[in-house]
Design a protein around this ligand. Sequence first.
Ligand code: 5GP
Length: 200
Amino acid sequence: MKEGKLIIFSAPSGSGKTTIVRYLLDQPELNLAFSVSATSRPQRGKEKDGVHYYFMSTSDFKRNIKEGNFLEWEEVYRDNFYGTLMSEVKRLWSEGKNVIFDIDVAGGLRIKKKYPDHTLAVFVKPPSVDELKIRLKKRSTESEDKINMRIAKASVEMATAPQFDKIIKNYELEEALREAHQLVADFVGVKEENLPTDED
Ligand code: 5GP
């Protein structure tokens, strides 16, 4: 099977990386497909199994670790496991797609290490940790405790930014989307004439 490209967007929770990844997935010329991760965290509101995540019990998750089925996995928050199943990446490669990931910083760097030549690793930088707190509160999908846990982790994650291939500052969304699009188009080798124009 031909191994395709891997494009990783990592960032602290609330940085806007999910918005960027969704936007890129809507650009057909990039030929991207989303790597659906496995997780042991509970399903939230409108999330669908097999679309947003493969939801599984902690014991199933641990069994998959034991069997060596993950390309990478992390206990991102205590008792909340997240991981990329190798079968998911192979499935998307077999469809001829470039695979895009929305994963945590440690997982992103782990994939980069395993596939250095195939991988573009991008860190999405929020304006500040205070701004992150505001965004997470606005999103109001988590309790105060969980938000504080994510904020504590964010400070540690910000320090890993220099290990990524590229850093995008998400201070102004339009600008971040434009920059992300250019980076990925260059990496997957989209020819200039195939890029969408303003008239499209
Ligand atoms: P959430 O619970 O908000 O969906 O995700 C929490 C964090 O887990 C986010 O930073 C997200 O990017 C990360 N994450 C999601 N899937 C994976 C994965 O497969 N591996 C790793 N290492 N992190 C993941």
